[in-house]
Design a protein around this ligand. Structure first.
Ligand code: GCB
Length: 893
């Protein structure tokens, strides 16, 4: 702490004569959720925090629905050394969600509305100089506000100063910092060809001094090696306390090195203001410059620098496990690198502008982008809402104007998903026209602000609703968020939708602005089904989509929803509060579909055992008791892959659409898998060790003595319990010598068209929700034909009917789902001994709560274990069961 202070003072003195000083102001803020009165003495308990910071890290993950949406206060004391007293001082916030008020020494210095754009607050006139302490206090409020978008959305509206803050010092003469927190300078390239380009630089110079200033503005273009590639100088005379716009045009820039995804060549424009009389440098800023030209064509798709490209990429939310949205720039930049490494050339910055480092990374890594404001799902028909939308759009455009990666500005997402006035069709028409009017004005503002880029709206799959309201043709490109085969039933509806757009709107270029399927990395299946959350279903889904996208030239591009899992507090499902459509987990571990994208879009040879995350496996041995066949997927762009198991080649498979599937005879214990493929005689390989727990075919097997079984009832999926490093297997009907249920059927929500089995309710008291979310209803017995010995038996229950009934955010079809409470009372006995008497889950524990019942069982002779369920009222249920041999060591003798 002392060291830091010393360091920052050192910095200050060193840079005091520099034109512009930017000091990070992220350390050691005081934070409270108490009510703080800036100029009063209220008792407040403060806590020291570092920025970026959010107050919602914990409450978004607990079982309690909702999270804190209200006020939070931050305060910090700064001293401005005397040496800086002649500078203009500003506070620059990269983002705080969502309404902010800034106080300096007890007086309000400014504020900002909106959680996703930057803002700049001049504070000079509020400061005490010399060695005086200045208190900065910042109130941030993330409450619902009907006048501030987003109103509702499938992500969490974390509160706090969740991006960096800095103190900026400038001279009296400087590039404006009062223009929507932009650079104060706009660089465009109105004409670009392979041979030459034109460059237009527009900006505003402020003269806050009491004298008229004669200024020279010099823009110098440096190439990647810092070699001067061009320069323009202009003169401005600016009256005291005035500002003036200026324009510089370079009409011929020869042989520009073009910017593209393969070669993201960046120039730097350094723009200086010098005093024309004394030559003194007064201000200096740097901006990136990339030369490229691009166009969208309704028939042929997207072109960059005259070459056809299929835009491929992902979106991203800005949060990370354990941090909320308060992530470092390092994480943001690593995310963009992961988008690039996947083989992408595009990145949709949805659903709001993100940390400034994101577009910097897109510029330098070569990802074309679209950026948007958070107008999602619905609008409020109020002047204040409209003004906030427009302000956000202008801020977004001006703050990000100089990024060569940006090619599209977007301003609405699925805006007709939640149409107001569902029961009053006449009023609804008015609402729809309000939406269209808002879209029109946002579109025209955008075209005026930036005539060099495209505009876009992202719609959900209700073609007619958007078309009838002109939202399919109003923007220059239409985005479609399509989830056929996920939210709606058939994957085949996806290609049909693409063809329909092209047929109905042959002049309108479009891209798929979203598509994706949930994959909970802990859930695996050899019989994948829509909505089972298995990684296998998602992988197949992406393979199908990629194939259909690549078949059609008129589809300009497609964007996976989403790069990584993200928090959406209101969601429940297998991983409560998480949207699992990420190609990576919330902490950025790749899931199988990520490898499929690499195999499909990387140019260099690629081979990867794509089921890498499924490295704890298990299954039932074949009748000979030595191995169990299970499929392993390999993602590759090579023609053929050869597989080697524990040192022996066991087969080969052709790669089709990025994947090869191999049936592997796993043995008990560690299995070393190696896959190889070759290209032009060079061999590429990947290796993975999979720990396999082979279950005996007959439980009294001598070759594989029984040790432990974990079984999910009413499920066709496997579940990996990462914490205990154990695997849960899907249940089976009992057969002699083995194990399984007798009687009953899997729990299915009545009148639901999405879940194949089980519930999507959050189960309280566990992080292993899938263990409890499926169930055998009407079960009579569960049997294990285990040999003599002592066992630990664990029964897992949860009542799946009743409790809080909440429709998941994207279930627009199942209006009549029957999830009401039912009465059930039953007894459970184990080998004729009563374990649970008059067991009434609903009454004793409530619905959707994990209940664990454990007992010890001693088996003599060949009696095995029979768990009997006797119903007194309603149907008996069981969700999961575990059996563990306690004396397995002794029984070997
Ligand atoms: C959408 C939304 C996005 C959601 C996504 C999903 O269409 O635009 O915000 O997160 O679907 O996963 O449901």
């Amino acid at each position: 702490m002392k060291y830091l202070l010393f360091f920052s003072l050192l910095l200050l003195t060193e840079f005091v004569n520099a034109q512009r000083i930017i000091l990070p102001l992220n350390n050691d803020w005081q934070f409270t959720k108490d009510k703080y009165i800036v100029d009063g003495n209220a008792a407040v308990s403060w806590q020291t925090v570092q920025l970026p910071h959010t107050w919602n890290v914990k409450d978004i993950m607990d079982d309690e629905p909702g999270y804190y949406r209200g006020e939070g206060w931050y305060k910090k004391t700064i001293d401005i050394t005397a040496a800086l007293k002649n500078k203009k001082v500003l506070l620059y916030f990269e983002g705080a969600n969502q309404q902010t008020e800034v106080y300096v020494n007890g007086k309000k210095a400014g504020g900002h509305t909106g959680g996703y754009t930057s803002f700049c607050i001049p504070i000079s006139s509020f400061l005490k100089t010399g060695l005086a302490k200045n208190e900065i206090a910042v109130k941030v409020d993330n409450s619902y506000n009907e006048n501030i978008p987003p109103l509702s959305a499938d992500f969490t509206f974390y509160g706090g100063i969740y991006r960096n803050v800095s103190l900026v010092f400038t001279n009296d003469v400087h590039f404006t910092l009062a223009d929507n927190a932009s650079a104060g300078l706009y660089i465009s390239t109105p004409v670009v060809t392979a041979k030459k380009a034109t460059i237009a630089i527009k900006g505003t110079v402020v003269n806050a001094s009491a004298e008229k200033k004669y200024l020279r503005i010099i823009s110098t273009i440096f190439d990647r090696h810092n070699k001067k590639a061009g320069e323009i100088k202009t003169l401005s005379a600016v009256n005291p306390n005035e500002q003036q716009n200026f324009e510089q045009n370079i009409s011929t820039f020869n042989a520009p090195h073009l910017w593209s995804p393969e070669d993201p060549y960046l120039y730097t424009v350094v723009t200086k203001i010098t005093d024309a009389v004394s030559g003194k440098l007064l201000d200096e800023i740097k901006n990136p410059l990339g030369f490229r030209w691009f166009s969208f064509d309704a028939d042929k798709g997207f072109f960059l620098n005259g070459k056809s490209y299929k835009l491929i990429g992902t979106s991203r939310h800005q949060d990370f496990e354990g941090m909320g949205n308060a992530v470092s720039k390092k994480i943001a930049v690593e995310d963009i690198a992961l988008v690039k490494k996947m083989g992408s050339n595009f990145f949709r910055v949805a659903h709001y502008p993100q940390d400034p480092s994101v577009l910097d990374a897109c510029d330098s890594l070569g990802l074309l982008t679209s950026v948007e404001i958070p107008v999602v799902n619905e609008i409020t028909e109020s002047e204040s809402f409209y003004q906030n939308c427009k302000k956000m759009q202008v801020e977004m455009i001006r703050q990000n104007y100089n990024h060569p990666s940006v090619i599209i500005w977007c301003y609405m997402n699925e805006i007709l998903l939640r149409p107001h006035f569902a029961t009053d069709k006449e009023r609804q028409k008015i609402y729809f026209s309000s939406v269209t009017n808002l879209a029109r004005s946002l579109d025209s503002i955008t075209r005026k602000e930036d005539p060099y880029r495209y505009t876009m709206i992202a719609n959900h799959a209700d073609f007619n609703r958007y078309n009838d309201n002109h939202l399919t043709t109003l923007a220059m490109i239409t985005g479609w968020n399509l989830y056929s085969g996920w939210y709606s039933s058939k994957q085949e509806d996806f290609p049909a939708f693409l063809d329909r757009h092209h047929e109905k709107l042959p002049q309108q270029p479009f891209m798929i602005s979203e598509y994706g399927a949930d994959a909970d990395n802990r859930i695996r299946s050899s019989t994948p089904l829509r909505f089972d959350k298995s990684v296998e279903y998602a992988t197949q889904f992406h393979q199908f989509y990629i194939t259909e996208i690549m078949k059609r030239n008129f589809v300009a591009g497609a964007v996976v929803w989403n790069l990584a899992d993200f928090n959406s507090e209101t969601r429940t499902e297998t991983m409560p509060h998480i949207n699992n459509k990420g190609l990576l987990t919330w902490n950025r571990i790749p899931k199988d579909p990520y490898y499929l994208y690499q195999a499909s879009f990387l140019k260099q040879p690629f081979i990867k055992i794509s089921t890498a995350a499924w490295n704890i496996r298990g299954g039932i041995a074949d009748s000979l008791g030595e191995f169990c066949y299970q499929p392993v997927q390999v993602a590759s762009n090579l023609k053929e892959v050869v597989i080697n198991l524990n040192g022996k080649i066991i087969g080969a498979a052709m790669v089709k659409n990025g994947l090869a599937t191999l049936n592997v005879p796993f043995v008990n214990g560690p299995n070393t898998l190696q896959v190889t493929g070759n290209k032009e005689e060079v061999i590429f390989k990947d290796t993975l060790v999979i720990n396999f727990q082979l279950q005996p075919y007959k439980l009294n097997s001598k070759t594989i003595p029984f040790t432990q079984l974990n079984i999910l009832l009413g499920a066709k999926r496997y579940f990996i319990d990462e914490k205990n490093q154990q695997l849960w297997l899907p249940d089976q009907p009992y057969h002699s010598g083995s194990w399984g249920h007798i009687g009953g059927k899997p729990f299915v929500i009545k009148n639901n068209t999405q879940l194949p089995y089980g519930t999507d309710k959050n189960i309280a008291g566990t992080d292993d929700d899938p263990v409890y979310q499926t169930q055998q209803v009407g079960i009579q017995q569960y049997r294990f034909d285990v040999p003599a010995g002592t066992y630990e038996l664990t029964l897992h229950f949860a009542e799946l009917q009743g409790g809080v009934i909440k429709m998941p955010p994207y279930n627009l079809t199942d209006t009549g789902r029957d999830e009401n409470a039912v009465q059930r009372i039953f007894n459970v006995s184990v080998n004729d001994e009563v374990l649970l008497h008059n067991f009434n889950i609903q009454q004793q524990y409530g619905a959707a709560t994990a209940i664990v019942k454990k007992t010890k069982v001693t088996v003599v002779n060949n009696a095995g274990i029979t768990i009997a369920f006797n119903s007194i009222e309603g149907e008996s249920v069981l969700n999961a069961i575990q059996l563990k041999k306690l004396d397995s060591f002794l029984s070997k003798f």
